[in-house]
Design a binder for this molecule. Structure first.
Ligand code: NAI
Length: 456
């Protein structure tokens, strides 16, 4: 083969298709279903669930809009059935894509065996396969912190990661979420809507990790209004019990307390999957468990590239696509580099959060002379027409020395769909005056970004 790819998630399957179009003979190994975490137990299933929650919420809260629905209900098991159908369709789609691109797929685990004069050898089920180049896209897995009782709780079914919780067919009456990052918040949002009493325990003093602090606060207050409880600045110290009768102990400052719950979600981050894939044998450099890569995906070993969560850089499916492409371009001798400054990130809660680039806080840390400019989404006619009492905002971060847009942060309707336009501004180093001259469609929520440029 010209190229062996280990892992058929967004990084791997997209790179396989690109490489094949470049004329390479490609072999792709995937031990589970094609599509990886994103398609099978991440992005797609959660968006399917959250869309059902959105439809249900609209039915419940239509009164201010003159719409009353009586007897609205949500059938969680039916939502999960639909999610399975959506996942099956899309996984099938990736398979069809691989067949039409003439990528050979082996549905088994592969391990790097070594280097030879012909390239690299990978072993799978007792057979060896050799290729000139290797692309490692083995992804990431949920990290389960060493909290007393947690591992046992995962084994007994009381505690779940993103993988298991998407398949449960009963709604836990009380759900305790450990970790208020993206997975924790999206899952909390869904289960709150379908009837769970949700408590999120977060170690930091804010939710949503690196998200702009003001936007995190707006998100938290929106979720609190719906009944989600947050315990911030708290570390979980123990987990015990079984599904339906669990207990989570935590320490916040000097205070120690417990909450009783029926189920626990562990969403304390993910770690790259670099163990037991044979990296040591060929000397690929890792740092804190992640493969060290350059901006075009080269590893420390010439001929081996890596893309996606396994490099621990951004851990987002859309970054993975781009990284895989950069690797293929580099293999083809074309100069390429992923622009990590302009990667959009979205939290698909209601309201949605969309962010790209620097926050004022991160810009200051980098020594950039920056300022932020915030505008309420109520400047948008469409937002006022569609949202009752909305408190969404958009925040533009500007490099004051160059008058360029270096960050856009938004909470409110359509943020997930709008943010790519802002990413284009950040990636293109657009000046405030450039964006002022762009024509935005009216009436839309994205117009507020343009409006914000005139407050600078
Ligand atoms: P995360 O890193 O976003 O959040 C984990 C949170 O858990 C952090 O806020 C951390 O402070 C907290 N934490 C860690 N240990 C704790 C403890 N012992 N007690 C209490 N809190 C603790 O990780 P998450 O949410 O698991 O997501 C993993 C990855 O998946 C992320 O890289 C994320 O970007 C990606 N993802 C992206 C989505 C999207 O783009 N919409 C959706 C879901 C996941």
């Amino acid at each position: 083969y010209d190229l062996i790819i280990m892992g058929g998630g967004p990084a791997g399957y997209n790179a396989a298709e690109r490489a094949s179009h470049e004329g390479m003979k490609v072999l792709l190994f995937e031990e589970r279903a094609l599509g990886g975490v994103c398609l099978n137990e991440g992005c797609i299933p959660t968006k399917t669930l959250l869309n059902s929650a959105k439809i249900y919420e609209s039915a419940l809260h239509g009164a201010p809009f003159g719409v009353t629905v009586s007897g609205a209900s949500i059938d969680h098991a039916a939502v999960v059935d639909r999610k399975d159908k959506v996942v099956k369709t899309l996984v099938g789609g990736v398979g069809a894509k691989m067949r039409s691109a003439k990528v050979e797929v082996i549905n088994k685990t592969a391990v790097i065996k070594g280097k030879s004069s012909e390239g690299f050898t990978v072993t799978c089920d007792g057979n060896d396969y050799t290729a000139k180049r290797l692309l490692i896209c083995t992804g990431s897995e949920a990290s389960v912190p060493p909290i007393p009782g947690l591992r046992e709780a995962v084994e007994s079914g009381l505690a779940m990661t993103n993988r298991e919780i998407l398949d449960i067919r009963v709604v836990p009456k009380r759900l305790c979420v450990i970790g208020g990052g993206v997975i924790g918040l999206e899952t909390a949002s869904y289960f709150n809507t379908v009837g769970s009493e949700v408590t999120v325990i977060e170690m930091l003093d804010k939710i949503a990790g690196p998200t702009d602090r003001e936007i995190s606060k707006i998100l938290q207050s929106n979720l609190e209004k719906k009944g989600v409880k947050f315990i911030l600045g708290a570390g979980v110290t123990a987990v015990s019990g079984k599904f339906g009768a669990g207990r989570v102990s935590y320490k916040a400052g000097d205070k120690e307390a417990q909450i009783d719950c029926d189920a626990v979600l562990v969403s304390t981050g993910r770690r790259p999957r670099t163990k037991d894939i044979g990296l040591e044998g060929v000397g690929v450099k890792t740092e804190r468990g992640a493969i060290v890569t350059t901006e075009c995906g080269r590893t420390s070993v010439p001929g081996i590239w890596a893309a996606g969560d396994v490099n621990g850089r951004s851990m987002l499916a859309h970054t993975a696509y781009r990284e895989g492409e950069a690797c293929i371009n580099d293999m083809m001798g074309r100069k390429d580099a992923v622009d990590y400054r302009a990667i959009p990130a979205v939290i698909y809660t209601k309201p949605e959060v969309g962010t790209v680039g620097e926050t004022l806080e991160s810009a200051k840390k980098l020594g950039i002379n920056a300022s932020e400019h915030t505008l309420s989404l109520r400047y948008s006619g469409r937002y006022v027409a569609e949202v009752e009492g909305g408190d969404g905002i958009v925040k533009v971060v500007v490099d004051d020395d160059h008058k360029t847009v270096i960050g856009v942060h938004m909470i409110g309707s359509y943020a997930s769909e709008i943010i790519y336009g802002a990413a284009a501004m950040v990636a293109g180093e657009k000046r405030v005056s450039d964006v002022q001259k762009l024509v935005f469609p009216h009436p839309t929520v994205c117009e507020v970004i343009r409006e914000a440029m005139f407050t600078i």
